[in-house]
Design a binder for this molecule. Structure first.
Ligand code: SAH
Ligand code: SF4
Length: 342
């Protein structure tokens, strides 16, 4: 994927008409082309010149791991500056969802997440995020399917890379390009309040999820260090404004850590915070990242869900495929294939 502004500038520079930029953009997005040589509408000489000047892919796929059940695939990509990022494809009967990384690593450093374990490498560009989706769109095309959903729930905190993430959304949604419906896109944030407020002002159909993980400041300070900057009262005030202004459902995510955040005190506090219209809580079983936490059983998850539902919270348990290939939530760490094992 190439920034459309770069395409336009290149065509102008080459003395080419502006519609050539549009043709290349359409071929790369809607047509899923990976090289200029394959863009048949261009004169052969122009294909050659473009290939000398521009790189149609911003990421190189290095390795793919597929789950035995065939319901998840994880691909490791390399950036031109030698960084590694991962994205995941989750295949369901009706949907095919790509989980996109927005940064190399993450600066937030949540206690249970592998992505933040080594801090932030750098933020990804919009094109680098779009290329993760286009990669899986090509794989799906080969089996007669399409990407129906994109979630910014891979490595990184999308709201600490706001402009590029929203830029990626716009590119993915562009009806003249890839053409993914905005309702099929979800951004997940650990609670960067200024960005959440900015997002509230956007005219968009993109879904929003807020990673909560604790219902008291004392516990959330420990699990999600960003809470020290944007504590719960501030975060939930911004959430209430979002729902009031946009009149859209707001999703909350809660990684269940047995003995840490699933006790009576947290359940009671959660019900108080989230028992209101248009709020929906997704419970996620903790996926092992080699840390101090245990994984909850199905029965524990259901018990917490039932307790919350009885207290008036709209709440479901979310399935997270890909655990066996370390592609599930929180397990993306982008260790190089030759790097140390985890
Ligand atoms: N930085 C953003 C988006 C990426 S994380 C955020 O935190 O929302 C996407 C989701 O995966 C978040 O809800 C996150 O808390 C969850 N997650 C992180 N580590 C996990 C783990 N070990 N097990 C299960 N879910 C995890
Ligand atoms: Fe970063 Fe999200 Fe992982 Fe927290 S859960 S470290 S915000 S990627």
């Amino acid at each position: 994927m190439i920034d459309p502004a770069v395409l336009r500038a290149t065509m102008a520079d080459l003395g080419q008409p502006a519609y050539r930029a549009t043709q290349v953009y359409e071929a790369l997005t809607r047509g899923l082309a990976t090289e200029f040589a394959a863009i048949g509408v261009l004169p052969p000489a122009l294909r050659t010149v473009l290939a000398e000047r521009l790189q149609p892919l911003s990421l190189t796929p290095v390795e793919t791991r597929a789950a035995a059940a065939g319901d998840a695939r994880k691909t490791l990509f390399e950036t031109p500056d030698g960084r590694a990022v991962e994205a995941v494809l989750m295949i369901y009967r009706q949907r095919a969802t790509v989980c996109v990384s927005s940064q190399v690593g993450c600066s937030v450093g949540c206690a249970f997440c592998a992505s933040g374990a080594h801090g932030l490498g750098r933020s990804l560009s919009a094109e680098e995020m779009v290329d993760q989706v286009l990669h899986f769109a090509r794989e799906l095309r080969d089996v007669g399917r399409r990407v129906t959903n994109v979630v910014f729930m891979g490595m990184g905190e999308p709201f600490l890379n706001y402009d590029e993430t929203l830029g990626a959304c716009r590119l993915l949604n562009d009806p003249a390009g890839f053409g993914l419906g905005a309702r099929g896109v979800s951004i997940s944030t650990a609670g960067v309040v200024p960005a959440l407020r900015r997002f509230t002002d956007e005219e968009s159909q993109i879904n929003l999820a807020v990673s909560l993980h604790a219902a008291t400041d004392a516990l959330r300070d420990r699990l999600v260090p960003l809470n020290r900057r944007y504590p719960l009262a501030m975060l939930l005030a911004a959430c209430a404004d979002y729902v009031a202004r946009r009149r859209r459902k707001l999703f909350f995510e809660y990684v269940v850590l047995p003995g840490v955040n699933d006790g009576d005190d947290q359940a009671r506090a959660l019900a108080e915070l989230l028992g209101r219209p248009l709020y929906h809580l997704n419970l996620i079983a903790y996926n092992d990242t080699g840390g101090e936490f245990a994984r909850p059983g199905a029965r524990e998850l259901a018990a917490l869900r039932d307790r919350l539902v009885a207290a008036g919270v709209a709440c479901t348990v979310r399935r997270s495929p890909g655990g066996e290939i370390e592609a599930a939530c929180g397990q993306l760490a982008a260790l190089r294939p030759a790097g140390p094992g985890r």
